[in-house]
Design a protein around this ligand. Structure first.
Ligand code: NOJ
Length: 694
């Protein structure tokens, strides 16, 4: 490649019309475009967002259809690696058929902040679950010959002040938590690219953080792919280039063309070696070759079977929906109940979707007023999967009425006359905007309270981007957490309501009892700490001390502090019951295996999600950690013997001085449980001291 050809691949604008920038010629109109080099047989790089399906942000490609997957939280809730691979393959297939070669998909951040605006793009608060699900999504995408991108490396935990916030966390804790999630995702998925976040980590922006990129990712982990910045997240030329950043993405959002003329000048002045430039390009080509893009480039215009894909999305949602409460077997609803009242803002039209660059807007979506985002208007989107219609289809001849709930007294009056009320509560989250507190917006708590007071059979379905408070919980018999369920979400919810689907999702995040329980209860004012790329920030760099909880993220924090949350991590009910038994754990030449049985003791077929937690009490020990899980379909009365390998990193502490993992000799507790707070059944494991790396 000539020097010009190389430089054309190490920085580029966002490839949509934005501000003064026009869509580059040849670009499909998406997140990024890097030109083909026909003389070398190298196709163009067409990159699009794809956290939750192939993104079609901003209607830049009018009429462009896409399948909206359930939010990553729902994929996390399914505890289903094969399912994540299947939905990943769907994304890869749609991407390829549209002509994309690189997908910005593979959210592997740990959810440290339950109010985080982008939590719906992430899998969970646990490193093992996050790593396994994100890694399988990546593997699925790449199985279709399209590169996937793990992001946002690392500790990118909040949106408030997102380009000014420094996530401060000691290296040992980081390796045991956020970095472990990324490491597992990378091991499983072997993503072609990695994207650092907007934030700083320990005082250095992630895009120029030599520790994260050079020392850990490319050095100790020997990561062979390329590191592309987030859009408008670069802050320097020489520092970033020498820290290991390979591409300045969305360069038109940065104040300077750092990896353009300034980088050429830095090379000429000997401040950045030419070998670094060559490495930036070689890493991209390596990954494109590795997944087959160069030998078999995509042919845009290939047919996509959206009906079949919608069903794949629906099945994924059905595996993830979490039945939080079901008092007196209020669910499933009897088919043919006489009068059902459905209440919910847009439950007649569709299911809520999260906002931001990950947005997927299938044809037929309802777009309502949202917010201003990176200088452009971001719509609040409802995916075209009407819960009302789906309920009518499943309910079988019952009368099903609908109210949007904006008139509270009308809703309460109608609730009195109904046999059953299903109320859809919604909480919209978006990239760029954290929730303030945990409460449902727009007085929905009062609506639920009023309706529940009028009708004891009030079922609540929550469409949210994370945990919410439920002050009305004691007054309703049943609650379903649907998060943002995607293209087939309405049908999936109706399936659970009427028992066509036996719920099997388990919470991938703790639902706190109150904000006071959180490690960081106080929030910054989003008005005075606004910072979005391309916009003038308000306020300077500020620090969040994540060493408060360290690696004890989510349920581990609750265990450490002795707190009882509203619903623990891992919680999820079924219409059948399961029994765990015969737990034993063996260590053999560094390989640790748990063996146990799971039996379906109820009358319905269902999927069990047995969870293994490990702990080591005492000094140098650790509080409970998810060390393994399985998902197993069981017919009534069926019983299965299950073997789960335990990753030794989950029994170890990270030694940041020696840069390796250490297992201390001693007794470890292994618990087979239904959730993080369940005493379950226990076994112990004796381990000799051991070290391993990196
Ligand atoms: C910003 C987001 O943080 C990132 O996830 C996304 O891939 C890029 N924008 C491109 O749209």
């Amino acid at each position: 490649m000539t020097q010009d050809e190389k430089f054309a691949w190490i920085s580029g604008p966002m490839a949509i019309p934005i501000g003064d920038t026009k869509k580059p010629e040849g670009a499909l109109g998406s997140a990024a475009y890097y030109p083909a080099i026909p003389r070398l047989g190298i196709p163009a790089q067409q990159q699009s967002d794809a956290s939750l399906g192939v993104g079609n942000l901003g209607g830049v490609r009018p009429g462009d259809n896409a399948t909206a997957l359930p939010s990553s939280l729902l994929l996390g809730a399914a505890f289903d690696p094969e399912g994540a691979r299947e939905t990943g393959a769907l994304v890869g297939q749609e991407a390829r058929a549209k002509g994309f070669t690189v997908q910005l998909a593979g959210g592997a951040n740990l959810i440290r902040e339950p109010r985080g605006g982008r939590n719906f793009e992430y899998v969970s608060e646990d490193p093992l679950l996050t790593g396994i699900i994100a890694g399988n999504s990546v593997a699925g995408i790449q199985s279709q010959g399209v590169v996937a991108t793990v992001k946002h490396f690392a500790v990118n935990a909040q949106e408030t002040g997102r380009v000014l916030v420094s996530s401060d966390l000691s290296p040992a804790a980081m390796h045991e938590s956020d970095l472990l999630a990324f490491k597992i995702a990378i091991e499983i998925g072997q993503p072609g690219a990695v994207m650092p976040g907007y934030n700083l980590v320990n005082g250095h922006w992630a895009s120029e953080n030599a520790y994260l990129i050079n020392t850990v990712l490319k050095g100790e982990w020997r990561y062979p792919g390329w590191v592309m910045s987030d859009w408008g997240a670069v802050h320097s030329t020489v520092k970033a280039a020498l820290a290991g950043l390979d591409v300045q993405s969305g360069a038109n959002l940065d104040p300077d063309p750092y990896f353009g003329a300034p980088l050429q000048a830095a090379v000429a002045a000997g401040k950045v070696p030419q070998t670094r430039i060559d490495d930036m390009v070689r890493r991209q080509l390596r990954s494109l070759y590795a997944v087959g893009v160069i030998d078999n480039p995509p042919q845009p215009g290939a047919p996509i079977d959206y009906m079949a894909h919608r069903l794949v999305a629906q099945r994924a949602a059905e595996r993830g929906l979490v039945l939080l409460k079901n008092e007196g077997d209020a669910l499933p609803l009897a088919k043919g109940a006489k009068r059902i009242l459905v209440i919910g803002r847009r439950a007649d039209v569709g299911v809520l979707a999260g906002g931001g660059s990950s947005a997927v807007t299938p044809v037929g979506s309802l777009e309502t007023e949202g917010m201003s985002f990176m200088g452009t208007e971001m719509k609040k989107v409802y995916h075209p999967s009407s819960p009302l219609n789906a309920i009518r289809a499943e309910a079988n001849a019952a009368q099903v009425d609908f109210l949007d709930g904006t008139d509270r007294s009308a809703a309460i009056t109608a609730a009195r006359k109904a046999d059953i009320v299903v109320i859809f509560a919604e909480e919209w989250r978006s990239e760029g905007l954290d929730m303030q507190g945990l409460g449902l917006p727009d007085d929905q708590d009062a609506l639920i309270d009023g309706v529940a007071g009028a009708n004891a059979k009030t079922i609540v379905v929550l469409e949210s981007g994370g945990p919410v408070a439920m002050p009305w919980l004691a007054n309703v018999p049943a609650v379903i957490a649907a998060f943002y369920p995607g293209s087939g979400g309405g049908e999936a919810i109706a399936g659970v309501l009427f028992g066509r689907v036996n719920p099997s999702g388990h919470l991938p995040i703790t639902f706190p009892a109150s904000v006071a329980q959180l490690p960081h209860p106080d929030q910054r004012d989003p008005e005075t700490t606004t910072s979005n790329p391309g916009l003038k920030p308000k306020g300077g760099v500020f620090h969040v001390d994540y060493d408060v909880e360290g690696s004890d993220v989510g349920y581990r924090w609750y265990a450490r502090q002795g707190l009882t949350p509203l619903f623990p991590f891992g919680h999820g009910l079924s219409y059948t019951s399961f029994r765990h038994g015969d737990l034993s754990v063996q260590a053999d030449k560094g390989s640790i295996t748990a063996v146990f049985t799971v039996a379906n003791t109820g009358a319905r077929a269902g999927a069990a999600v047995p969870q293994l937690y490990v702990a080591r009490p005492g000094k140098g020990g650790f509080v409970t950690r998810l060390a393994g899980f399985d998902r197993v379909d069981l017919a009534p009365a069926a019983r299965e013997r299950i073997e789960v390998r335990i990753d030794p990193r989950l029994l170890a502490r990270y030694d940041a001085t020696a840069r390796l993992w250490r297992i201390a000799a001693g007794t470890y507790e292994v618990r087979l449980a239904n959730d993080a707070a369940d005493p379950g059944i226990k076994a112990t494991l004796e381990l000799p001291a051991a070290t391993f790396g990196p």
